[in-house]
Design a protein around this ligand. Structure first.
Ligand SMILES: [Zn+2]
Length: 76
């Protein structure tokens, strides 16, 4: 579950495959491999990185333990 690293809102608007938008902070959150990148959307639509404002820890994606897919073989 992706949350806004700034306000911790979890109800983010999805704007792309790996892009989310926090309507509360007006920031764009882009999912990198293990971390989030945070961008401020300027009035002209350009993006400026806010990564400096957040620590690695804050930008780390909290992956919930996903249960391993165990294929159960039937006894036949
Ligand atoms: Zn936010």
């Amino acid at each position: 579950m992706i949350h806004c690293p700034n306000c911790h809102l979890k109800d983010l608007g999805k704007i792309g495959n790996h892009q989310y938008y926090c309507g509360r902070c007006c920031i764009e959150i882009v999912i990198q491999k293990e971390h989030l990148s945070v961008f401020q959307v300027e009035e002209d639509g350009s993006l400026s990185s806010l990564d400096d404002l957040f620590s690695e820890e804050e930008r780390r994606i909290n992956r919930e333990e996903s249960p391993q897919l165990i294929q159960k073989v039937s006894g036949r």
